[in-house]
Write a new protein. Sequence first.
Length: 513
Amino acid sequence: MPKPWRLTIARKLALAITAIVLLCLGTMAWVTSVSLQRGFVSYLNQLQTQDLDQLRVLLEQRYRREGNFEWLRGQPRALGDLVAQMQPQLQADADDRQTRRWRPEGWRGPPRDDDRRAPPHADEPRGYGRPPPPAPRADPPPNRHDPVGFLSRISIVDAAGRTLIGPPDFPPGIERDIKLDGQVVGRMRLLPLRQAGGSDASAAGFLRDQLRNIVLLACALLGLAILAAFWLARHLLRPVAALRDVTARLARGEFAARAPLLSRDELAELALHVNAMAEALQASEQQRRKQLADVSHELRTPLSVIRGEIEALQDGIRQADAPALASLHTEVLRLNQLVDDLHQLTMADAGDLQYDWQVVELAPLLQPLLARYQSRAREHGLDLSWQLASQPLRVRADAGRLMQVLVNLLENSLRYTDRGGQIILTLQPVGTQAEITLEDTAPGVPAGAHAQLFERLYRVDAARTRERGGSGLGLAICRALVLAHGGSIRAGASVLGGLHMQLRLPLQAAAGN
């Protein structure tokens, strides 16, 4: 069954790129077309300004010969005859719009036959003589002598301002004075073109060809942009697809999945973070399985002892006397302690332990506890001594939870230190913290195993064996309680040959409470 079409990120990115390119190409095509039309009209007006200057020279020559403009008043055909002499140049302007080369006196095109036959007057410079205008003849075909509508946009007035050619209210335009020997005898005005086209079919065709080329080029570029956009979107989103597959596998519990590094950008950083998360999940899962196995093993031991004791009593191998009941009671207490430790550690991890926060001074809290354990240390053949700071060290803590941590540390020293050894506790300020150190003599912990002491159910077989008691959860509980107090706890090798435990808590003054 085919998958339903959906708007994926790759398609969204491709459509976004395509839309941007389409907008850019459309804007470029519109701006180019408007600029082309304006520039082309400006170019035509420049050419016609040159034609207007040439027509002015012809009018000055004719005025010199006639002595006035009466031959021109209300006679558009007479003006057309003059423009006909400019026909080769006007037709070239309308066909190819190429830049023209000016001749010395502005004259372009060959002279007419009647011009060749007419001798110049004696008082006229050579080349300015012209015969009288020929007899009126039939109108030329439309646009033959006026391919760009030149005549229809010209107005001529005499020196008195009377209209010779064009309407009286002719709008402003390009103006030229008609002069004879420095004296103004008339004025010409040409209405500039506003747009290319109209009667000029070649100009309109030229613009149509250019605009068509622009549109075709824009369409071709748009097609290439669409193909490039889809390819680029697929290429850029390859890391995203790989991350999607990896996260899907992680969601199914496949914590060994890793994302490949396909780039060196932010997506590569995201892949590194996903891989780090996968490693953390994998380590957490392995730790969880190990803890379950350890807890099962820890529970199995007292249960097996209890079961063996009960079966011995049932079979009559052992009498139900006080020693047998005491043995059963001891195993039940050990099992109960293990269950309580697991419950307390779980509550601490979940943040559900209740704390009675108050300002506690450490020296008065430690003094009675150390005095009580000093007698117990003598019973184990150990020497317990301490050194407490003279100045008051106050911390914000739960006194009961803090005592639980210290009792656990002292119990471990009593339980695992060999007879004849020594235990030293020190309380002193270190910067903005109060530091409690507890050191004992041999046996110590192998190098590299100190950090593992705070792991759940961890034991060092050489010195911290089950025969000496303990569930392997005490130090894990201590670390959870200390972290809840905002402090830190770590283990290291003692200069006395045993274990060095360091506990630090923030002082009340530093906490600002």
